[in-house]
Design a protein around this ligand. Structure first.
Ligand code: PRP
Length: 208
């Protein structure tokens, strides 16, 4: 039997992703969200699941340490990794936005400091808009940066909008929609085609 390795993003979307796998008949009987274990096997042993930080999923998949990955489009865009993105799981739906303390639009030729966990996405977006940006890389609580005058704006994900609202920020631009995606290592797709396609078909039947 050929086993496939799935890199699963830990964190806010993990519960919904596991529930989707469950509905697709891919169950992990030994999985316990409170456990510190990092490797789990599906009931039929066809899938080995490794639980990794969301930001690292594309690295495991690109390196071939995992054949497939389940991760948010935000991390896929930021990683710009060489892999296939084959299915939208339609979970973890949110948006990439530009937000600031004031509602003044950012215009071509402006120069500003932008704080974000996603500096590549930030740079790509503003390059296209012909706005000069200095990015400040943060790893969380990004909404704080404009409040303490460390940045003119932020690029971050918005789900319910609560964090933006509670910190008095205004959304100036929407960059793109985000949801959880299934990504595949290119070599694995050639060598484990049937196993990966079976896995995708099972998920597709639940998603669609
Ligand atoms: C994310 C994101 C926003 C917030 C958006 O942060 O970076 O801060 O969620 O969600 P909302 O629109 O529903 O308020 P996360 O909770 O991952 O924590 P962090 O600030 O440590 O990155």
């Amino acid at each position: 039997m050929t086993q496939i390795t799935l890199a699963m993003a830990k964190g806010r979307t993990a519960k919904d992703s596991l529930s989707l796998l469950n509905q697709a008949g891919i169950t992990f009987p030994d999985f316990d969200s409170k456990s510190r274990k990092l490797v789990f096997y599906s009931a039929d042993k066809k899938v080995k699941m490794i639980n990794v930080k969301a930001i690292d999923v594309t690295t495991y998949v690109e390196q071939g340490a995992a054949d497939i990955g389940i991760v948010g489009k935000d991390n896929i865009l930021e990683a710009d990794a060489d892999l296939y993105e084959l299915l939208d799981l339609k979970l973890g739906i949110c948006k990439f936005v530009v937000a600031s303390l004031n509602d003044q639009p950012i215009e071509k030729g402006d120069s500003l400091k932008v704080a974000s966990k996603y500096t590549r996405v930030t740079e790509d977006f503003f390059k296209e808009k012909e706005v000069n940006v200095e990015t400040i890389k943060l790893n969380g609580s990004v909404e704080l940066a404009p409040l303490i005058d460390m940045a003119d704006a932020i690029v971050d994900i918005v789900e319910t909008g609560t964090t933006i609202k509670e910190n008095g920020l205004t959304i100036l631009d929407e960059i793109t929609d985000i949801s959880t995606r299934l990504v595949v290592n290119k070599a694995s797709f050639a060598t484990k085609t049937k196993e990966i396609q079976d896995f995708i078909t099972k998920l597709k039947n639940v998603v669609e």
